[in-house]
Design a protein around this ligand. Structure first.
Ligand code: AMP
Length: 113
């Protein structure tokens, strides 16, 4: 999508601090980290939000979760972590390209505000 910042990050047009990349997905460090470890995991293909996940992209999203699980082991996030995705205005989504926040490195509050 032309004016999507995460599509531009996925294509390399906008630089990012990458933690993992393959031909289908990218994981990079959030520019405003909310925890000592704060990664964003995205499909390279434009998907608006988790509301758009269906049978056509289920394999891709499964792959993205497998990548996050592998990264959590590589980064030794042994005491736990959180994966969260925000959807729409009430969900707090500010970037309209599906992304999963992977947060770790401190005790995370629950429920969220
Ligand atoms: P959300 O509010 O759930 O849509 O999350 C969007 C996230 O993208 C926020 O945590 C931002 O800090 C992050 N973000 C926005 N622009 C960039 C960027 N250029 N590089 C890395 N992270 C970004």
């Amino acid at each position: 999508m032309d004016d999507c910042i995460f599509c531009k990050i996925a294509s390399g047009e906008i630089p990012s601090n990458k933690a993992y990349e393959d031909d289908k997905v990218l994981v990079f460090h959030d520019i405003a980290p909310a925890a000592p470890t704060h990664l964003l995991a995205i499909p390279k293909a434009h998907i608006q939000s988790a509301e758009e996940v269906d049978e056509r992209n289920a394999e891709l999203i499964g792959h993205l979760f497998a990548v996050m699980a592998k990264l959590s082991k590589d980064l030794k996030l042994d005491s736990g972590f959180r994966i969260v995705t925000n959807i729409g205005q009430d969900g707090g989504q500010t970037v309209g390209h599906l992304h999963f926040h992977l947060l770790a490195g401190r005790q995370l509050a629950w429920p969220p505000g």
